[in-house]
Design a binder for this molecule. Sequence first.
Ligand code: HEM
Length: 134
Amino acid sequence: MSDPTSPSPYSENKRFEPKVPIELNEPKRDEITLEELAQNDGTNPDGKTWVAIKGTVFDVSKNNAYKEKGQYHVFAGKDPSRGLAMSSLKPEDCVPEWSDLDDKYKTVLDEWYTFFSKRYNIVGKVSTSKLQKL
Ligand code: HEM
């Protein structure tokens, strides 16, 4: 058990907590197709940018890192769960399939899920039978 009085940001319940508190909306449960996800890749004038992790779609529009010239644009408009798990920015790794990976990669992926869920609103779930669910 970690000491609840510890100032460390890595104590159990504060893990991946944003430095500045972020007010999030109630998660939406809209069904989002892969095509719709792909359209919201940050290259449109509306700036809408979505990233899905394990089929849950996060709205990352407020972060320029996912926009066209951003360092993490490769994740935008996709479910790049495999790339997040493997710490890979290769486009061929930025695909939804993750279930065959070793546990250590699955843990990394779950940590990214926690990181995103503390920063970004959930706009829905990817609706495709091919996507692996949580
Ligand atoms: C030279 C290598 C890298 C450097 C120097 C680097 C640096 C950074 C920095 C400074 C941040 C911001 C941290 C924060 O907001 O507290 C960040 C965030 C992030 N990095 Fe990296 N990174 C590197 C490689 C990678 C790789 C290989 C991946 C692939 C999974 C990755 C994925 C991410 C993601 C998803 C975020 C979160 C962005 C967000 O706030 O939504 N990074 N990185």
